[in-house]
Design a protein around this ligand. Structure first.
Ligand code: TYD
Length: 221
């Protein structure tokens, strides 16, 4: 799918502990200081309705329905999010930074949940036909390091969500899944080495984002 977005739609993907949240904050600061209006959002969620679906999904309440039905629920939440937050912001020419989007469904429900890719593509067409990421930043990290970071971040007594509690081997499969996706769509999906400190990774991200801003004739001071 190609994009005709007036603004720029940037999605962040990666496994647990890849540092998406800190990097989204950094990129937001950088873009804002360049004078852009920036909307930060996340999936599943981003609207009141989608946040309710998020709770159902992450609590594990929908696990019994199977991965295909979970994919439908993620897509329903996404549809609300696209229609009410992402698309309106892009139409105004804003930059939208979204923590996870379609690639997470492809990897978590497709690769891990074994849902057919053709089924997921049909859902994508229904949900995102008019709203496709201009660039996807895949924060790639050895799952061992990612889990260490995620465990440190998780507060005492906090339990992992439905997807975080899955086995380590699954995290390795997901990393491979994300990397395969990046190989299939190298124009859109940029692999960012997420090892190293926040500053180093944020420079890598800025170097990946700059060309698309330049290509659109936008400022990159
Ligand atoms: P979140 O707390 O936002 O985690 P993270 O910090 O890892 O982004 O939880 C979102 C969880 O939902 C995460 O484990 C990935 C999973 N997920 C899917 O399985 N499919 C999807 O389509 C999306 C968007 C997320």
């Amino acid at each position: 799918m190609s994009t005709t977005n007036k603004g720029l739609f940037i999605t962040f993907e990666g496994g647990e502990g890849a540092g998406k949240t800190s990097q989204i904050d950094r990129l937001k600061e950088r873009l804002s200081s360049n004078g852009y209006d920036v909307v930060v959002t996340r999936e599943p969620g981003g609207t009141p309705g989608a946040e309710i679906v998020r709770h159902v999904l992450l609590s594990g309440a929908a696990e019994r329905f199977g991965s295909e039905m979970e994919a439908i629920l993620f897509s329903a939440a996404r549809n609300d999010h696209v229609q009410n937050v992402i698309k309106p912001a892009l139409d105004k020419g804003h930059m939208v930074l979204c923590d996870r989007f379609v690639d997470s469904t492809r990897v978590y429900q497709g690769v891990s949940g074994k849902v057919e890719m053709s089924f997921l593509k049909t859902l994508e067409e229904i949900v995102c036909e008019e709203c496709w990421p201009d660039i996807t930043l895949l924060l790639d990290l050895d799952p061992k390091l990612g889990m260490e970071r995620a465990n440190q971040r998780r507060g005492e007594g906090e339990v992992p969500d439905r997807f975080e509690k899955e086995a380590f081997e699954e995290q390795i499969k997901r990393r491979e899944g994300f990397l395969t996706m990046a190989k299939k769509e190298p124009e859109r999906v940029k692999v960012i080495d997420a090892s190293g400190d926040i500053e180093t990774v944020s420079k890598r991200i800025w170097n990946a984002v700059k060309p698309i801003l330049k290509a659109r004739g936008l400022k990159t001071a």
